[in-house]
Design a protein around this ligand. Structure first.
Ligand code: ADP
Ligand code: MG
Length: 625
């Protein structure tokens, strides 16, 4: 009997292989763009017709190819990027399998024009279904232009399987954006059916993100940068209040290669903790640079998944880095310190006595959150930089007031700091001799909110939510550091509790006393209160505070918080100033200062917003008809 096994003809083998690499027009776009980048292009133009079903063309000004290489490039496993098996573990280029061009040529009509810098004439090759139709010298600019027509012309099943034009175009856009974001130093453009969809000049990452996501994204971005021996992280995360209802603006790049990772996504999202409103997704664009030997990118043919040697480590670094970034830039959602060199020049930071004392007072408000606090040496610098930013917000006002006393409502530049002095603020100023503070005095509304001017407009604080946040961080810190100040009671008081509450208090006596209480058991269900935390002394009824502390603790129990976290929350809740409490100007000022000395000033521990802001242009819009 004759032997049965035969080798497949190349054309068919290539067609089969192509199915792996090229699933849709967007996959071809990705492969061609990556080739252009590997070729050292500084300009890359992508031209698409009919969502890639008609034409996909990539024009680059990279190194080009010799006549022989141009022909070779379409052979399967032909690559200039890998020489030996061990190279596989140190891959820095995007492509490396030598499969893309061969695959594309197997299932489309391909024209390539390419010329190296040193050559006078270039090469033009026409291939259709893996068959070279034409190969000839040609005149062409340096670099390579590859045009793909009639993708899947000989694989009708595949072609019919393609989705509608809008869907396929969305996939192409996605690929284009990923590559454009990963290579901000390269010019990119994208034309679809003769419309220029993107025009992205080479520049810094921030500019590139603004180019891709649109102008308003400028004020949403918080830089992330962290370097360790094992890896380097940089990029941007979005401010929490701009988080979107859909995923989309979320990108990880490992050694400049776009990857998907639920695991790393979790690291970022968890760094936001309670900052994100439910059901929203934060923007992030994070580059992870790591020794290629510590990763395995060869997991999936389309190479969007990656294995790290030590995933846990990457997870932790990432989480801390994002947390740190959010902590450092969490002051004013709308102020962009990095973007505004002119401002910091015209507004030198002058320490003012009140703020210096804030450093001490809010010291406890610093390292409190679970993760970042754990032995983070940056804690103090982060904290002081918080204060510096806060000073920026306030101190800057004086300078601006003199420089531009007229309301500077310029159009279209939302990164410009604006000031607008209003009369009522001057009226409200206290008659004290503190000149620089005069115009800035915050004001209380309905004994519930505090309104104050900030550089970009105005800010409204919820006094109770803000105070809860401040106390919560202070208490967490006290519990972690085990230092507190107790105010001894002149006359100790006794507290009798129902048995269940008494049992709970007994259980919690140690941490509660750590907060500054001095409570002792005194027979069955009774306690003696010898002292209370210094900041509460004389302000509230201590018995009531303790009872409400226990109530809060119990109601938090279903949240499964740790004991310290729960006590800090419960105590913050019961000790915070409440709605309806009249505040003096200096109390309001201290509250504001302390809030912005906090790690997470946005939300109260139970998730209420501590403040909202309104920008001047927003305000101006409200006055338009
Ligand atoms: P890979 O990128 O994995 O090496 P490809 O099939 O995508 O495989 O490309 C094969 C080879 O063709 C590349 O290794 C490279 O040498 C060459 N090549 C492809 N595109 C270009 C380009 N735009 N400019 C210069 N050389 C290119
Ligand atoms: Mg390639």
């Amino acid at each position: 009997m004759a032997d049965l096994i035969q080798l497949l003809p190349d054309a068919i083998a290539n067609q089969i292989a192509a199915g792996e690499v090229i699933q849709r027009p967007a996959s071809a776009v990705k492969e061609l763009m990556e080739n252009a980048i590997d070729a050292g292009a500084t300009e890359l133009k992508l031209v698409i017709k009919d969502a890639g079903k008609g034409l996909i063309q990539v024009i680059d000004n990279g190194c080009g190819m010799s006549e022989t290489d141009a022909r070779m490039a379409f052979e399967r496993h032909a690559t200039s990027k890998i020489r030996a098996a061990q190279d596989l573990f140190a891959i820095r280029t995007m492509g490396f399998r030598g499969e893309a061009l061969a695959s594309i040529a197997a299932i489309a009509q391909v024209e390539i024009k390419t010329r190296r810098h040193s050559d006078e004439l270039g090469t033009r090759i026409l291939i259709e279904g893996s068959e070279v139709k034409t190969q000839e010298p040609c005149q062409c600019p340096q670099g390579t232009t590859i045009s793909i027509k009639n993708l899947f012309f000989n694989v009708p099943a595949r072609r019919n399987f393609l989705k509608s034009n809008p869907v396929e175009m969305r996939h192409i856009n996605d690929e284009f954006q990923r590559i454009a974001i990963a290579n901000s130093d390269i010019f990119f453009s994208l034309h679809h059916n003769n419309n220029e969809v993107f025009h992205l000049p080479a520049g810094k990452l921030r500019q590139r993100l603004i180019g891709v996501f649109g102008n308003p994204s400028n004020k949403k971005l918080v830089p992330v940068a962290e370097e360790t021996e094992v890896l380097r992280l940089n990029g941007y995360v979005g401010k929490p209040e701009f988080a979107k209802k859909t995923r989309g603006e979320q990108y990880f790049f490992v050694n400049n290669r776009y990857i998907k990772s639920n695991y790393l996504n979790h690291a970022v999202v968890s760094a936001y903790e309670e900052l994100l409103p439910n059901g929203t997704y934060p923007l992030y664009v994070i580059f992870i640079d790591i020794d290629p030997r510590r990763i395995d990118i060869n997991v999936h043919p389309t190479k969007q998944e990656i294995k790290f040697e030590d995933e846990r480590l990457v997870y932790n670094y990432l989480r801390v880095a994002v947390r740190h970034a959010l902590g450092q830039y969490n002051i004013m959602p709308s102020l962009d310190f990095e973007q505004d060199p002119t401002f910091s020049q015209s507004a030198p930071i002058r320490p003012r006595p009140q703020q210096e004392s804030t450093v001490n007072r809010t010291d406890a408000g610093g390292g409190s959150q679970k993760s970042a606090a754990s032995g983070n040496p940056d804690e103090t610098s982060r904290h002081s930089s918080n204060l510096r930013h806060w000073q920026d917000v306030y101190e800057g006002l004086d300078e601006f007031d003199t420089e531009s006393s007229a309301p500077a409502l310029t159009e279209g530049r939302n990164d410009e700091p604006l000031t607008l002095e209003s009369d009522w603020q001057e009226e409200q100023a206290p008659a004290s001799g503190e000149q620089p503070q005069k115009k800035k005095s915050p004001t209380q509304l309905h004994n519930n909110y505090i309104i104050t001017q900030i550089k970009s407009g105005l800010m409204l604080l919820d006094q109770q939510a803000a105070h809860e946040r401040i106390l919560y961080e202070q208490y967490l810190n006290v519990l972690a550091q085990q230092k507190s100040t107790t105010q001894k009671q002149l006359f100790p008081r006794t507290l009798s509790l129902p048995p269940a509450d008494a049992a709970l208090l007994k259980e919690l006596l140690e941490p509660v006393n750590q907060l500054g209480f001095d409570i002792q058991e005194f027979g069955a269900n009774t306690f003696v209160i010898n002292g209370v935390p210094a900041e509460l002394a004389g302000k509230q009824d201590d018995l009531q505070t303790i009872e409400s502390l226990l109530e809060q603790y119990k109601s938090n129990q279903e949240l499964n918080l740790g004991t310290h976290e729960n006590i800090a929350r419960a105590m913050a809740r019961s000790a915070a100033i409440k709605k309806g409490k009249v505040l003096e100007t200096n109390e309001m000022q201290t509250l504001i200062d302390q809030l912005f000395g906090c790690q997470i000033p946005y939300l109260s521990p139970s998730g209420r917003r501590c403040f909202i802001t309104m920008e001047l242009d927003e305000l101006a819009k409200r006055f338009e008809q």
